[in-house]
Design a protein. Sequence first.
Length: 226
Amino acid sequence: MDAVGDARRGPIPEATVSRLPLYLRSLVGIAADGVPTVSSEDLGRVAGVNAAKVRKDLSYLGSYGTRGVGYDVEFLIFEMSRELGLTSERAVIIAGAGNLGHALANYRGFTDRGFPVAGFIDTDPGKMGSVISGVRVHNTSDLPDLVADRPGCIGIVATPAAVAQDAVDRFVEAGITSILNFAPSVVNAPDGVNVRQVDLALELQILSFYAQRTDADLLSDLEAQA
């Protein structure tokens, strides 16, 4: 999928969609400081994006700002929240009631940002019916009913890698079309199902690459000074 959006305004590129949450987070902070308007330069500086890209991205929302004034902060927050589907709560169902699942359920950021955890599913009979941070653990057979009661919910895979694909398949069969995968495993999903991969070990490996280069540069500088 290269772009999303409504036909009246035209598609929004996927790269732009990935930056909207950065803008929204930045705007919420700017609003908290009591600032009513913001320039593309200031928004870009806070979000870590150059001003030209900010203006281009916001143009896909139909926001062009006012020359010499900038963008209305509260209106931009509303526009981005609407575009990201954040104007109402969207429930989350977690597959896997292990350590990672526990940690995710304890993370208050989900609920605070409109993504309350509605339930766990797990295949371990010993966990059925238990409650984690106020969230009940269900048998995987209960998943269709959980989804039916929460249209548009998001599935989170917090299982071991070996069973991540099975968790994705269960989510898809139950009608979930948006999945966040924390398992260190590449999973497959049919067309029309969006899967986002969060691999913490992979990110650490990338950081290790840059750290190694920094260490090498420091060593080179020390040798030059010797």
